[in-house]
Design a protein around this ligand. Sequence first.
Ligand code: PHE
Length: 440
Amino acid sequence: MTRAAWGSRLGFILAAAGSAIGLGAIWKFPYVTAQNGGGAFLLIFLVMVFTLGISIMIAEMAVGQISQQSPVGAYRYFGGRPWSIVGYIGVFCGFLILSFYSVVGGWTVFYIVRSLDTAFLTADAVVLKQIFDTFIADPTEPLWYHAGFMAMTAGVVLAGVQKGIERVSKSLMTMLFLLILVLIARSLTLPGASEGVMYFLTPDFAKVDARMVLEAMGLAFFSLSLGMGCMMTYGSYVSGETNLARSAASVIGLTTGICILVGLMILPAVFAFGLDPAEGAGLTFIIMPMVFSHLGGGQFFALLFFFLLFVAALTSSVSLMEVVTSFFIDEFSLPRIPVAIVMAVLMFILGIAASLSFGPWKGYTLFGMTIFKLLDYVTSHLMMPFGGIMVTLLVGWKACQQVARRLSVDGRPPRWWPLMKPFCRYVAPLLILLVLFQNL
Ligand code: PHE
């Protein structure tokens, strides 16, 4: 069987950016940044993105492209059997992420439905907080949305690489970008908005500690879809001559750009409306309706916003499911359709626990974290950084020559390669380890 492939370099970039840009940039980034005091956190996040992020993305894409295999096979190809364990961990990580990601994806669908109701557009924080809190704590309602979101994810994956992912990714992302610009204009012109801009952009280094650095690193891994083999899998669908470094840079630029724009859309409004920046997971869902209530045609914009947020989430969840399904397809030659369905059901079941942990199961905690929080923490703070260590070590030591050759243009390795090699060999793994150990 010939391996599925992207239609073009643009198709690849859009799909990879579609994977990266999602709930990470629009839901997680703003609330985590706000919780961590703004400016200084943003700066550390950016440092993580432009050091670890860019090199790990290039590393993953190259390893996937050369081996033409999904993570397990790709690690085995370069490192032999023992290394394939890293691939298994990555696949498992994707499984865990999608189980709770789909819960939040379901929230976006709920908010599309809510936007149809005019009474929803209010500037009353108490009402909006209540809508959010009541919904996520409900023992059954969010589960329907979670099921719907998971089913749609599986549906796209079933359509196959080319038709499904590429087509969805190609459209609508531009629209999201334009909409965010409109919303920034509204948010920035609210009275009191400048305080939010200051909060977001002025670093206060007194707030920095080891925990915050780990938060920023975890967020970088999560929002760039790194460390679990997603970019490796997408890279494996690249054929021929595609310039991987340039593609990686485009994906990083697009995603980080969206993160910053989303920060400018949300934080000024948070301050203008007097909401607590430490609000947490509900921040985007509570603050945006307030912005819409101050905007002509607010209901239309609300609908559009939550719809595009849903699409952004879907292109990311599809990439997560692609990692999990392509593992079974590549490793066991199983057919795509039953694999995707069985995996979707299993992830849905684990997601039930994550969803209930906002309501009836709130009290069940481990290390002080609910099931949802624990899944989130273990994946982005431990498993993805671990994957980052391993892929840089692989490229730095085992796959060095092949990757250098693959990245070469006209037979010569790129000018930055002399930096990349020691960075992958020593700096990146040690940096990640240091951040992890500082937190033990
Ligand atoms: N980067 C995605 C987002 O921000 C989440 C994701 C993580 C997707 C890991 C794939 C792999 O929404």
